[in-house]
Design a protein around this ligand. Structure first.
Ligand code: CUA
Length: 157
């Protein structure tokens, strides 16, 4: 079979590009651990409200200006809602949904996770700048989706 010289060149370039992208993907997944944390921790959506992890909701101090909080994302609110922390605080969020898929986005930060029923989502953030941070649900979850929001107030020390 005769393959035109130009066709050969493009086949080689195309294969090389594919190889480069797959190599980058492999490095991100296996060495930088940037793969999605699928199935890391699961929870039966029907037990979210009664589970020990989410029952006693509220900020827990776990270190020097370091906090943990378990938040239920449900139609159409975050429980607990508004939070207050001192500037510089690191907060470890644990999230779950008892109903449908919600989003957990904190504006002006890199925090943006999906809260999928059946799964526990975890994300941490250090709030260096004082101010009010809006938490939004950014996954359409029903008629009250637009009201699903709360605030983190970061007080200056
Ligand atoms: Cu919850 Cu949209």
């Amino acid at each position: 079979m005769h393959i035109h010289r130009y066709e050969k060149v493009w086949l080689i370039i195309g294969s090389l590009i594919l190889l480069i992208f797959l190599t980058i993907l492999a490095i991100q997944t296996f060495f930088l651990e940037m793969g999605p944390p699928s199935h890391a921790e699961t929870i039966d959506p029907q037990t979210v409200r009664d589970s020990e992890m989410f029952a006693d909701a509220g900020l827990k101090e776990v270190g020097e200006n370091e906090y943990e909080i378990a938040i239920i994302a449900e139609m159409f609110a975050f429980q607990p809602g508004d939070l207050e922390i001192p500037a510089g605080a690191t907060v470890h969020f644990t999230l779950a949904s008892p109903d449908v898929t919600h989003g957990f986005k904190i504006t002006d930060t890199n925090v943006n996770v999906m809260v999928v029923p059946g799964h526990i989502s975890k994300v941490s953030h250090t709030f260096d700048e004082p101010g009010d941070y809006l938490i939004l649900c950014n996954e359409y979850c029903g008629l009250g989706h637009e009201y699903m929001a709360s605030t983190i107030t970061v007080n200056s020390q």
